[in-house]
Design a protein around this ligand. Structure first.
Ligand SMILES: [Zn+2]
Length: 88
């Protein structure tokens, strides 16, 4: 399903949810029933959280220019489950 925007001459804008690709150039206004023309709007971009956007931007940057590590990551205490793994 996709959301399509229409504008009635008398009642103003409204949205209709239809299966993708099935929206016509006009539809009946839900309030007055008169024909309403379809309005084309920008796609809903930028709705992800700032943390997700930052992670995606970092991933994109790493494809061309990976970040250089200048120091070793400090040791963390080993997880107890790791001690049960077979050792060579
Ligand atoms: Zn109307």
């Amino acid at each position: 399903m996709a959301t399509y925007a229409y504008r009635c001459q008398d009642c103003g804008p409204f949205e209709v949810r239809l299966p993708m690709g099935t929206a016509g150039a006009a539809t009946g206004c839900p309030a007055c029933g008169s024909p309403a023309r379809r309005v084309f709007t920008a796609p809903g971009l930028g709705r992800s959280s700032p943390a997700l956007s930052a992670a995606r931007a970092r991933e994109e940057r790493s494809q061309e220019a990976p970040e250089v590590v200048t120091r070793v990551t400090p040791e963390r205490p080993e997880h107890p489950a790791l001690s049960r793994l077979p050792r060579p």
